[in-house]
Design a protein around this ligand. Structure first.
Ligand code: ATP
Ligand code: MG
Length: 720
C-alpha cells in the first residue's frame, strides 16, 4: 500500500490491484463469490478514466442488471466527480445494444422510434401468427414458439440458419418458417424483441464494416461483469467490438465465476470462459482467493455444496472474517408457517437494530414470494420485489403504457389492440374483427386501417363514432407531447380516456389499489427527459423499486440476486421438486441438477453474516397439498457449520422418520383437520420435547413451534 494511491486502489489485494491496473490487452479474472471481482472491475474503470486513457463515452462496460450499472456509475461519480456519471455505454447487454440500434435502426429495416416488445406482446403476436398459419394454437402454444425463438436468438441464429432438425421442434417442422414470419411481422410493426437488440446489431456489424469500424474505434476499453453467463449472441457481439483479430482494440477485461453460471436455460455458455484465451490471445488470467463478504461458516457451507458438482475449474476460498453464526436450517410445517416464521425473524432482526435493506429473501421460483407478500402486508413489514415484471406487469399499468405507446408510436398495433376498447367504448369483437380484416386486406397496420374505416360506411354508426372519437383523442394527445411533460400527459390521458372514472365507479378494494398503482406510474415518469426515454426504461428495467427511500426487505429470485450481498439472507423452500426444481429432476443427465446446485451456491454466498435455509413438510403445488421431501442440497451441507431447528416434531431425525413414512402426510387437505400424520408427528414431538435439551426459543415458543436448535446430525448433515 502506498499513501499516494488513489482511493479506488486503496485496500485492494495484489491480484485485485493487478486486475485494476493492467490496462493493456485482454484480462480474465476468474474467481469465487465475494472475492471482489466487481470491486476490482469498478476500480479498473476508475483507473482508465483517471489515467485519461479514454473518455467516459469510449468505454464499454457490461453489467448484469441495470441496477448494477446505476451502482457502478454512482460509485464512479463518488470517486471521480459527476463527469463519470454520464457514461453512455455502461449497462446491460440489452440496454447498450438498444442504444446503439437506435442510431442504426434503418439498417435493420426499422425506424429509430421502434418499440421494444415484452414477452406478453410477443406471445400475443405469435399466437396470431400461429393461427394464421393454420395451426392449432392449443396443440402448438405461442409460449413454446417464443421459447424456441428465444433460444435461436441467444445462439445468434436467424431464420435461415436454424438447423433443420430444430425446426421440427414446432408445428411439424414449421418452426423456422414461423420464426421468419415473426421477424417480418416485427418489421412491419416497427418493433424489436429483446433478442433482436443484439441480433440486429450483430447483423449490422457483419454486413456494414464501416459501422463496425466506427464502434471498434470508439471503444478503447471493454469491461464485462458476470462473464460466465454470456450467451453465444452476446459473446459474438462482444468479440466483434473488442477482439483484435476482428479489428477491435483488444483491451478487454472480463470477470466471472464458473460456479455461478446459472443462465444456461437462456443460452449462457460456460465454454465462453474457456474460449476467452483463444479469441483474445495473450490474455492474462488472474485468480482471486480471498473472500471479503461472508463468515467462514457461510463460506464452508457454500463450498461443501458446490464441491458436489463435477467439471468445475475449482478454486480455493478463504476469509479473514471471524466465525460468526452457523448456517441455520429450519424445518417448518407448510408455506404459511414459513412466511410467518421468516416474518418473525425479520422483526426480531429489526428490533436488534438491523436495517431492512440488509435483509433478503431469495426464492427459487418467483411465485414463492406471494406467500411472503401476503404475510408481510398483514404485519406491516415493508418489502420490495426486485427483478421481476411485477409492477409494470399489472393490468392497469400495461393498459396505461399501451396508451402512451400508441401516442408515441402511431403504428404500435399491439398497443392499439390492447386499449381500443379499454375502457369499454362499444368497440366489441365484431368491430375489432372488421378492423383486423381491413388491415389484412389493405396491408395496413391496425391503427392505419382503423383510420380508413372511420371514413367509410363499413362500421355501423355507433362503433364508427366511438372509433373516430378514440382516434381523434390519440391524435390530440400526440399533439400535446410537445407542450406537456410526459407525467402530466399521462395524467391527462388517464383521466380523459375514462380509465380513472372506470376504476372509481368500481368501488372494490382492488380498484383502489389499481388507482394507487396508476398514480405511482405517473410519479415514476417524472424523472425522465421525455416519453420515449421513459418507455424505453420500462421495456428494459421492469423494476418497481425506484424512488423509495424507505428501507425495505428485498425479495427476489436466486437468479436475480447474482452479484448482490446482504447481511441476512433467508432461503425458503429447499425441497425436492421446488429446489432443485422439478424440471431439473425430470431432465436426464446431471447438467440441470448441477446448475441448480450452482444456484444454491449463489444463494448461500449472498449472505454476509447470517444465512437461514427453510424447508416445509407440506407444500401446495397447483392447488394440491403434497408432502415435501427436504432438498438434497441440505444433506450436502457440512455438519460442523450448520445448526438445525424444526417447528414440527422437535428433532430433525424424528421429523425425518415421520417423513419417511410418507403416507401420513400424503394428500393432506388444508383446513380439514391435519390428518393422522400431524397427530402422530405432534405426539412424537411432545414425547421428544419432554427430553429435549436446552431452552426454548422464546419468540416462537409461545406458538409451541421452534423447540430445538442443535448442530445438524450426521444423518442429516452428510458430508462433513
Ligand atoms: P460475486 O461473485 O458475488 O459477484 P464479487 O467477486 O464480485 O462477488 P464484490 O461484490 O466485488 O465480489 O465484493 C464482495 C464484498 O467484498 C463487497 O462488499 C466489497 O466491497 C468487499 N471487498 C472486495 N474487495 C475488498 C478488499 N480488497 N478489501 C475490503 N473489502 C473488499
Ligand atoms: Mg460481482
Amino acid at each position: 500500500l502506498s499513501p499516494q494511491d488513489p482511493p479506488w486502489l486503496q485496500g485492494l489485494n495484489p491480484p485485485q490491484r493487478e486486475a485494476a491496473t493492467l490496462l493493456d490487452g485482454p484480462v480474465l479474472v476468474l474467481a469465487g463469490a465475494g472475492t471482489g471481482k466487481t470491486r476490482a472491475l469498478t476500480a479498473r474503470l476508475a483507473q482508465i478514466l483517471h489515467e485519461r486513457r479514454a473518455w467516459p463515452s469510449e468505454i464499454l462496460a457490461v453489467t448484469f442488471t441495470n441496477k448494477a450499472a446505476a451502482e457502478m456509475r454512482h460509485r464512479l461519480g463518488a470517486l471521480l466527480g459527476p463527469q463519470a456519471e454520464t457514461m453512455p455505454f455502461v449497462g446491460t447487454f440489452h440496454s447498450i445494444a438498444s442504444r446503439m440500434l437506435r442510431r442504426h435502426a434503418e439498417l435493420a429495416g426499422l425506424k429509430s422510434n421502434y418499440t421494444i416488445l415484452d414477452t406478453d406482446d410477443v406471445q400475443r403476436l405469435l399466437k396470431r401468427i400461429i393461427m394464421d398459419a393454420g395451426l392449432d394454437e392449443k396443440r402448438w402454444p405461442a409460449r413454446q414458439l417464443s421459447g424456441l425463438i428465444d433460444r435461436w436468438k441467444n445462439k445468434a441464429q436467424l431464420p435461415d440458419n436454424v438447423p433443420k432438425g430444430e425446426s421440427f421442434a414446432f408445428g411439424d417442422g414449421r418452426g423456422a418458417e414461423l420464426y421468419a414470419r415473426y421477424q417480418a411481422e416485427l418489421k412491419t410493426l416497427n418493433a424489436a424483441d429483446f433478442g433482436d437488440l443484439l441480433l440486429h446489431m450483430i447483423r449490422i456489424f457483419e454486413t456494414h464494416p464501416d459501422v463496425l469500424a466506427e464502434w471498434q474505434k470508439r471503444f478503447k476499453y471493454a469491461l464485462v461483469d458476470e462473464y460466465q453467463d454470456t450467451n453465444a449472441a452476446q459473446y459474438r457481439w462482444l468479440t466483434l467490438l473488442a477482439a483484435k483479430s476482428l479489428g477491435g482494440q483488444g483491451n478487454i477485461c472480463c470477470v466471472g465465476d464458473d460456479d455461478q453460471s446459472i443462465y444456461s436455460w437462456r443460452g449462457a455458455e460456460i465454454a465462453n470462459i474457456l474460449r476467452f484465451e483463444q479469441d483474445f490471445p495473450g490474455a492474462k488470467v488472474i485468480r482471486l482467493e480471498q473472500n471479503y463478504r461472508s463468515t467462514p461458516h457461510i463460506l464452508a457451507a457454500a463450498a461443501h455444496v458446490i464441491a458436489n458438482n463435477q467439471g468445475r475449474l475449482g478454486k480455493t476460498l478463504w476469509t479473514q472474517l471471524n466465525a460468526g453464526e452457523k448456517v441455520n436450517v429450519v424445518a417448518i410445517w407448510d408455506g404459511p408457517e414459513e412466511a410467518r416464521l421468516v416474518g418473525e425473524r425479520i422483526e426480531r432482526l429489526l428490533r436488534e437494530g438491523a436495517s431492512a435493506s440488509e435483509i433478503a429473501i431469495l426464492v427459487r421460483a418467483s411465485y414463492q414470494t406471494r406467500e411472503f407478500e401476503d404475510r408481510f402486508i398483514s404485519i406491516g413489514l415493508p418489502y420490495r420485489i426486485v427483478g421481476g415484471f411485477r409492477f409494470y406487469e399489472r393490468a392497469e399499468i400495461r393498459d396505461a403504457l399501451a396508451y402512451l405507446r400508441l401516442i408515441s408510436q402511431p403504428d404500435d398495433a399491439l398497443a392499439f389492440e390492447r386499449i381500443v376498447n379499454t375502457p369499454k367504448r362499444g368497440l366489441g369483437d365484431k368491430a375489432q374483427a372488421k378492423i383486423q380484416s381491413h388491415a389484412r386486406a389493405m396491408g395496413l397496420t391496425l391503427p392505419a386501417a382503423a383510420q380508413q374505416l372511420v371514413e367509410t360506411e363499413e362500421l355501423s354508426p355507433a362503433p364508427r363514432r366511438a372509433l373516430s372519437e378514440f382516434l381523434a383523442n390519440i391524435r390530440r394527445w400526440r399533439g400535446q407531447m410537445d407542450t406537456l411533460d410526459q407525467a402530466a400527459l399521462a395524467q391527462a390521458v388517464l383521466e380523459e380516456c375514462g380509465y380513472i372514472a372506470m376504476l372509481e365507479a368500481d368501488r372494490s378494494a382492488e380498484s383502489a389499489g389499481r388507482l394507487d398503482n396508476l398514480s405511482e406510474l405517473v410519479r415514476a415518469m417524472e424523472g425522465f427527459t421525455d416519453l420515449q426515454s421513459f418507455l424505453e426504461h420500462v421495456a428494459l428495467v421492469m423494476e418497481n423499486d425506484r424512488s423509495d427511500a424507505e428501507a425495505k426487505v428485498t425479495m427476489m429470485t436466486l437468479h436475480a440476486a447474482k452479484g448482490l450481498e446482504f447481511d441476512h439472507v433467508f432461503l425458503p423452500g429447499w425441497e425436492e421438486g421446488l429446489f432443485p426444481s422439478q424440471r431439473s429432476l425430470d431432465e436426464n443427465g446431471a447438467a440441470a441438477l448441477e446448475e441448480e446446485r450452482r444456484l444454491a451456491y449463489v444463494g448461500i454466498t449472498r449472505a454476509r453474516r447470517r444465512a437461514t435455509i427453510l424447508h416445509a413438510a407440506n407444500r401446495r403445488v397447483y392447488g394440491q397439498w403434497t408432502s415435501a421431501i427436504p432438498s438434497r442440497f441440505l444433506s450436502e451441507l457440512p455438519a460442523d457449520h450448520v445448526t438445525v431447528e424444526t417447528t414440527l416434531t422437535g428433532g430433525a431425525s424424528l421429523w425425518r422418520a415421520a417423513l419417511d413414512e410418507r403416507d401420513p402426510f400424503a394428500d393432506m387437505e388444508r383446513g380439514s383437520g391435519r390428518g393422522p400424520g400431524w397427530e402422530r408427528a405432534t405426539a412424537r414431538s411432545s414425547e421428544w420435547r419432554a427430553s429435549a435439551p436446552g431452552g426454548l426459543d422464546r419468540s416462537t415458543a409461545k406458538r409451541g413451534s421452534v423447540i430445538n436448535a442443535r448442530p445438524i446430525s450426521s444423518s442429516v448433515g452428510g458430508a462433513a
